[in-house]
Ligand binder design. Structure first.
Ligand SMILES: [Fe+2]
Length: 184
């Protein structure tokens, strides 16, 4: 524990929460710059709409990083928020540096944001088990925004996916490289 905290949770509980919040922080910092990479480097059809959508998503993720870091601080923790610390702790894989078209960037982002969301969902369950409704609520609100962004992104693939799968006679309609939706 780095700093004193008057939050009425045991030190052990706070340490576990701080650790999970720092993992979420590292993922958010890594993801923020990955989404910016897409924002800066996308080319081709629908350039402006995708360029702007990626910037909106990056803005959301940047704010998540601040929320994770400040909750860790409220619990008496040290926010591990430099780029180097974030890269050491991030659970995400490096961005797809070969992506060029909007569709390639959307696919690359969906894979990484899905992993980001899964980690936050795991954090919600852990916060619930640790009986900290404040962290649980914070993570739940962030996950709701992440899942809305996933919807915005995956909607960009829908038409091309359906058309492609009809052309190719594939039954699933699931974009290549993406995990199937849990309730498909
Ligand atoms: Fe920009």
């Amino acid at each position: 524990m780095k700093f004193p905290s008057h939050v009425s949770l045991s030190q052990e509980t706070r340490e576990e929460l701080i650790e999970l919040l720092n993992t979420c922080l590292a993922n958010a910092i890594d993801l923020h710059w990955q989404v910016k990479q897409a924002h800066w480097n996308v080319r081709g059809k629908h350039f402006i709409s995708r360029h702007e959508l990626f910037d909106a998503v990056a803005d959301h993720v940047r704010k998540h990083a601040d929320d994770f870091a400040e909750r860790a601080g409220a619990l008496g923790g040290y926010a591990e928020g430099t780029i180097r610390l974030a890269i050491r702790n991030s659970e995400l894989e490096e961005y797809d540096l070969a992506a060029v078209s909007g569709e390639e960037h959307v696919r690359a982002l969906l894979l990484r944001i899905t992993a980001y969301a899964a980690s936050i969902r795991q954090g919600i369950h852990r916060s619930e088990n640790l009986e900290d409704p404040v962290s649980e609520d914070l993570l739940t609100r962030i996950l709701a925004e992440v899942e809305q962004d996933l919807w915005f992104l995956e909607s960009h693939l829908y038409g091309s996916t359906v058309q492609a799968s009809r052309r190719e006679g594939t039954p699933t309609g699931i974009p290549e490289g993406l995990p199937p939706p849990p309730h498909a």
